[in-house]
Design a protein around this ligand. Structure first.
Ligand SMILES: *Cc1c(COP(=O)(O)O)cnc(C)c1O
Length: 406
């Protein structure tokens, strides 16, 4: 494939149609078009409104706990014996990951639009919990669509959502996973156009979602950039983040995209290897197609059927990826690499032992890549890894993988 021409800036997308090059757009039912256009208009007003920004800022500080720290991971740095490793500590946020950044932004948008009801989709349940959290905080009824298979394997998160007052609707269509839950949420939205706000959990979906989720998550990169300049007096050499749908990654990456000396690496779930079908590496092993209202790289079989991915980490288990990542991949600005289940598991254990931090398995994928490249780098070089969340939620999975009983 021909590479698209290099733009002057990588930070100007999407265009008016919501396209990042050939990716993105809004491939939705005609009945949804007015809603999508309304959302776009309201978002365009909100993002430049000082009052909206002030309210989000206030909640981010006092409710979510921002700014998150940029932490020098001295133990890991010593252990690896190369570049200095820093963690951007999104694990310290309220509800334990970066997801609250997006949920706070979108609930304020829903409020501004006068919506009365929140719907969301969730795979592992992390976004469901974050959505139920902000719905509780703002007094909205909340319905969370979740694949029936996921409901069965993520019972603690299902219980959390119920405690927070949300209704969890199991989806039995398809394989009962995230893709099916997302379809069901879109269906609900079409049926309840007037009063319902659809709170999408990652930088995917029809335009303007990829843009607005990115902008809410860009607080990660904006803070990290300022923090490293203050702590080290210069920009990092490499930044790394795990890519599920791609929201924590684009949030870290976006403010650095025009810093051409900063190497940017996104990590996909390599699962049990890219040779078979047990992975979730849509950009390394997928093809462009349309899913959930946008054109992007997807896991598909030879007939173009969307396949269910596999990852040790439920949060990386999405068969597509946000469209901006697809564009950044093809333009060559960001490099996307797979990390296997076993490698992530090793990074999880190492980080826990040498840093006293239990990382989310998603984040452990990013750390695992740092473990590969850091030893080959100079001691005066700097790597920032996005610690997208904490790993308390993953201890059962890890115990299982290690053949241990809790
Ligand atoms: C959900 C989740 C991810 C993956 O989602 P993105 O949209 O790709 O960021 C990564 N890390 C953690 C901790 C998560 O909860």
């Amino acid at each position: 494939m021909n590479k698209p021409a290099m733009p002057n800036s990588f930070r100007t997308g999407p265009d008016e149609q919501g396209m990042f090059g050939i990716f993105g757009g809004r491939f939705v039912a005609e009945t949804l078009m007015p809603l999508i256009l309304d959302l776009e208009e309201q978002w365009n007003k909100a993002k430049t409104d000082p009052e909206f920004k002030a309210e989000l800022q206030n909640l981010s500080t006092h409710y979510a706990g921002r700014p998150s720290k940029l932490y020098f991971a001295e133990g890991l740095t010593k252990h690896l014996g190369g570049a200095k490793v820093y963690f951007k500590r999104e694990d310290l946020n309220h509800t334990g990951s970066h997801k609250i950044n997006n949920c706070l932004g979108q609930i304020l948008l829903a409020k501004r639009m006068g919506k009365k009801r929140i719907i969301a989709e969730t795979g592992a349940g992390q976004h469901g919990v974050a959505s139920a959290t902000v719905a509780a905080r703002f007094g909205y009824p909340c319905v969370v669509y979740m694949g029936a298979t996921d409901v069965a394997r993520q019972s603690p998160n299902v219980f959390r959502m119920k405690l927070l007052g949300a209704e969890v609707r199991p989806v039995t269509a398809g394989h009962g996973t995230l893709k099916d839950a997302m379809n069901e949420a879109l269906r609900d939205w079409v049926t309840n156009v007037e009063d319902t706000y659809y709170l999408i959990g990652t930088a995917a979906g029809p335009h303007p979602y990829p843009e607005l989720v990115r902008d809410f998550q860009s607080v990660i990169g904006t803070e990290a950039r300022a923090q490293i300049l203050e702590q080290e007096g210069r920009l990092p050499d490499v930044i790394i983040a795990a890519v599920g749908g791609g929201s924590n990654a684009i949030g870290l990456f976006h403010p650095f995209l025009d810093d051409k000396d900063v190497r940017i690496i996104g990590i996909e779930a390599g699962g049990r290897g890219l040779d078979g079908i047990e992975h979730c590496a849509s950009m390394n092993a997928g093809k462009p197609g349309v899913l959930h209202g946008n054109r992007t790289y997807l896991l598909q079989n030879a007939d173009g059927q969307i396949m269910d991915g596999h990852s040790i980490s439920a949060g990386l288990d999405y068969p597509g990826v946000g469209p901006e990542h697809s564009w950044l991949r093809d333009s060559g600005r960001v490099q996307y690499e797979p990390i296997l289940d076993d490698e992530a598991l090793e990074a999880f254990q190492l980080t826990t032992r040498v840093e006293g931090i239990i990382p989310a398995l998603e984040s452990a994928h990013a750390i695992a890549h740092a473990m590969k490249i850091v030893p080959k780098m100079d001691k005066d070089q700097i790597v920032i890894v996005n610690l997208s969340g904490r790993g308390d939620k993953d201890v059962h999975t890890v115990a299982n993988m290690l053949g241990m009983e809790i």
